[in-house]
Design a protein around this ligand. Sequence first.
Ligand SMILES: C[S@@+](CC[C@H](N)C(=O)[O-])C[C@H]1O[C@@H](n2cnc3c(N)ncnc32)[C@H](O)[C@@H]1O
Length: 198
Amino acid sequence: MNRQFALFQSHLDFAHTYWKQIIAAGDTVIDATCGNGHDTLFLAQIVLTDTSGVVIACDLQKQALDNTEKRLRESNLLSGKLERVRFVQGCHSTFPKDLKSGEVKLIVYNLGYLPKGDKAKTTLTETTLDSLKAATELVVSEGIISVTCYPGHSEGKREEEAVLQWASGLDPRFWSSSHHQWVNREESPSLLLLQKGC
Ligand SMILES: C[S@@+](CC[C@H](N)C(=O)[O-])C[C@H]1O[C@@H](n2cnc3c(N)ncnc32)[C@H](O)[C@@H]1O
């Protein structure tokens, strides 16, 4: 029997609980792996509630961007606000060139492959590391980089190990780097949170 847990049912509860504490209406945020758009919608419902927030949704696959756009369009809460969502198809190792250093409040990665999609189109260790390095420049003081890792498949395991190794080397004077994981669920997804100091 699957029991319910009021505090954190899944790794997504972890992530969303922290994001809510740091982002607000008017912020610029990036979903670096928008997939089917669940996280993009969550972010948009917070940052687009005034007239200045921006959401940048990136994914390698057109299918993912289409799915995300459809999900946002179907949300009544976002009507009239979708012009402030930018859909970017491509590898997240390159962010849009017009973004300035220190402009983004939150950058989220939900690594792996599109659920029910092509498992070969998974995030890869090398480009994920390149993207994370670029993200450290873009994020504002007190902003966060959030990375959900999936060690349940071989590239995901390699990716989690490499990302944790890189994150553990961040200078503690400038970065708070923490890792959250269930210790009684095998190969459970985990959440890495990197906060830039002010
Ligand atoms: C686990 S899914 C994301 C799920 C999404 N957060 C959601 O709420 O539905 C991972 C996504 O990363 C995308 N992806 C894989 N490699 C990528 C890359 N190098 N750059 C950007 N997106 C990538 C995949 O196409 C896939 O849609």
